[in-house]
Ligand binder design. Sequence first.
Ligand code: ZN
Length: 269
Amino acid sequence: MDPPRPQCGPRGRPPRSGREHPLNADPLVQLRLLDVQVLDSRLDQLAHRRRTVPQAAEVERLHTERRELETATVAAETEASDLAREQRKADADVEQVRSRKARDEKRLQSGQVGSPKELESLQHEIESLTKRQSDLEDVELEIMERLESATARHAELQARRSALDTTIAETEQARDQAYSEIDAEAEQARKERADAAGGITAELLAAYEKSRTQRGGVGAAPLRQRRCEGCRMELDASYLAKIAAAPPEQVMRCEECGRILIRTLDANA
Ligand SMILES: [Zn+2]
């Protein structure tokens, strides 16, 4: 037995390559193509809505802010830790001068200092150590103030980072909620689309898909009140007459925009 012959074009001829050949479909099937079109347009809108969910852009912006805040927090932490080290050094410097001065004072009070020259030199050293201690204490105080402000700044940045994390989590949740609403609507539209496309021949669907891709998402449009609703143009009388004379199952195209034109009840009204 011979294998089944491949399906050919409408009148048993193979489809011509390149140019579109006349298609035939039951008028009711043609009308169903309009349902498919409505659902495809809805799916396009939903896809666009999903790409432009405002919360998603907000999440992006918040993450950028979070990265900047992180950099500032790390810088503040480093500054505070550097200042803490400087302060320990300043404390040690003050302590060193203080203990040397205490030792000198003890020696002075002990009355064991021999010559007046030695006494004078010791008093002179105590004087200069007093001055040195005062200068170092000024440095110590200044570092302490800077450390306090750096620590406060670090704490403030940490608090802001933590508040921002909460905002990010909330915004991500809102974004995901928006996504799941859109996805649920799209899921429903896809089911309806599958139902609507069910009885349409693969050939007509393929012609529609091609037209839709080439013409901004609208591949088939109704003819209503002498107007193609795909391009909104009113068709001229001779073309309308040609459409009216064509068999109802012949799939027509808009003369202006090339979309599949579906005849409705008020096509010529
Ligand atoms: Zn048109």
